[in-house]
Design a protein around this ligand. Sequence first.
Ligand code: TYM
Length: 333
Amino acid sequence: MSKKIFSGVQPTGNLHLGNYIGAIKNFVELQNQKNNECVFCVVDLHAITVKQNPKILKNNIRETTAAFLASGIDPKKSIIFNQSLVSAHSEGAWILGCVARMGWLNRMTQFKEKAGKDKEKASVGLYIYPVLMAADILLYDATHVPVGEDQKQHLELSRDIAQKFNLDYEAPNFLKVPEPLIQKKFSRIMSLKDGTKKMSKSDPSDLSRINMTDTKDQIVNKIKKAKTDPDLLPTTDKDFQKRPELENLLGIYSSMKSQSLLESINEFSGKNFSDLKEKLTEIIVENITPISNEINKLQKDSKFIDDVLYEGAQKAEEIATKKVKEIKKIIGF
Ligand code: TYM
């Protein structure tokens, strides 16, 4: 069955292995399956929910686009664009913001985490961020949305918004209720320094993550310094709850090698962490270094990247503007 795919990545710098394994790697696989229609968006409007330096933001938009291209997303097969070029997203978000309920947004755990203790000082944009995400998805009639585990709650909100809109305006099935595509395994890559914390762009320690632009030496060093425990590698997956760092490193290895966790456990059973680290380094370098080199190469040609985004935006605009027009008609404008 053909799928309509939509997903987005924020251009906030430090794109990392979690973004790659949890999202971008899957974008490429979905793009290459027959008959899928894919839209991949650099969500710059989401990025400004926290303060950004304009020059750095521009650079990060290009870097994220370069990472898409270098990972294998092909502008001939998929639509690639940055969100701010298509104003229908903002317009759609306003309308859907009038459908979403405060109570729903109050439950969003990512807002609570990002706003921290002083939520009075968080931007209003950060609070309504999931509504913009719903607009992104619903304007393209996306049937499937590939994301990492951390975006699951936001996707559920998108589903709730679609259903309430259809009900309130007596427009059955008008907004398509999207399915999340979250892999069962490896959808939550953890920090290399703390296996209970998500690998994140905003972690102050660069040693906590492998960035998509890291050099071979940086990767070697980060895996060397990654947290482990004193025990031997296990023969079963029974003790994982007590050994989150081990589970994470084996998970990264399995994902990069496209094999199950059990196969990786069998491969290393009874061996030392140093054996796992050596093989893990090899496979990350093998997978990430070519992408990293390509990102650097592409970034030297900012006109090429801007052209890809502009051309993608033309196609995206056609779809999103049509949907907003239909929405306006339904709500009586
Ligand atoms: P963002 O930019 O934080 O992350 C981009 C993608 O990477 C995934 N991800 C991870 N997956 C596994 N392990 C991790 N440690 C990890 N960290 C990040 C995220 O789940 C995501 O899939 N709100 C979204 C962007 C967005 C979007 C959308 C996504 C905006 N509009 C519409 C889908 C559809 C975000 O901030 O992702």
